[in-house]
Each structure stands twice: as structure tokens, then as C-alpha cells.
Design a protein around this ligand. Structure first.
Ligand code: FES
Length: 117
């Protein structure tokens, strides 16, 4: 490969997102009484989301990745998740909300306005 072709290949690699949807669930736990996402079972809901994404065959490079995150500093709005590179933040209450986010946003590219923060 010529150096120009190599540079072009590297440029196109750096411009594409490794995952189409990279989803971060805050699972921060605080034990001092302050608001935190894990007091709403964020870890359990994240596990559910991960299982659903796998079941739907959506996980992997170029597709979807579900990750945990520490505090995302939106504690009062929690529990929260954020989807990159879309940069869309959601508050959810339960697994039904996560199902809706998976179905609408991840599978069909439609932002769920009622859950968006
Ligand atoms: S504890 Fe989840 S955003 Fe801070």
C-alpha cells in the first residue's frame, strides 16, 4: 500500500465508530445516603440490557456494546445511561423503558423523547 493509501485508510479508520451504539450505564453505588443510580438497580438493568442485546444478535464490533460506568455526574436524574456516538442521554425506570430504548433507538434509530434527558 502506498503511503497516501495508508494515510487514507488510517483516516477512514479513525473517523468510524468502533461500535455503532456504545451504551454506558451508570452503576455507581453510594452508601452515604446520597442519590446514586445503583439504588434503582442500575446494575441489574444493565445486565438485562446486555442479555437482550445478545439475544437479538446485536452485540459486537460495528454493532452494540453495553458497558458499565461510574458516576456520570447526573445523579439527580438517575438512573441514567448514555449512548455514543449519538450523545443521547436517557433516564429509565425499569426494564420496559430499556426495552423501548433498545427497540426504538438502537434498532430503529428513533430517539425516545419521553425518556431523553
Ligand atoms: S450516580 Fe449515576 S450519574 Fe452519578
Amino acid at each position: 500500500m502506498s503511503s497516501t493509501a495508508n494515510e487514507n485508510a488510517n483516516e477512514s479508520k479513525s473517523n468510524e465508530s468502533f461500535y455503532k451504539h456504545h451504551v454506558f450505564f451508570c452503576v455507581n453505588q453510594r452508601d452515604d445516603g446520597r442519590e446514586c443510580c445503583n439504588q434503582h438497580d442500575a446494575e441489574g438493568v444493565r445486565g438485562y440490557a446486555k442479555d437482550q442485546i445478545k439475544k437479538l444478535g446485536l452485540s459486537g464490533h460495528g454493532k452494540v456494546r453495553i458497558n458499565t460506568a461510574g458516576c456520570l455526574d447526573r445523579c439527580e436524574e438517575g438512573p441514567v445511561l448514555v449512548i455514543y456516538p449519538d450523545n443521547v442521554w436517557y433516564h429509565y425506570v425499569d426494564k420496559d423503558d430499556v426495552d423501548e430504548i433498545i427497540h426504538e433507538h438502537i434498532q430503529h434509530g428513533r430517539v425516545v423523547e419521553r425518556l431523553k434527558i
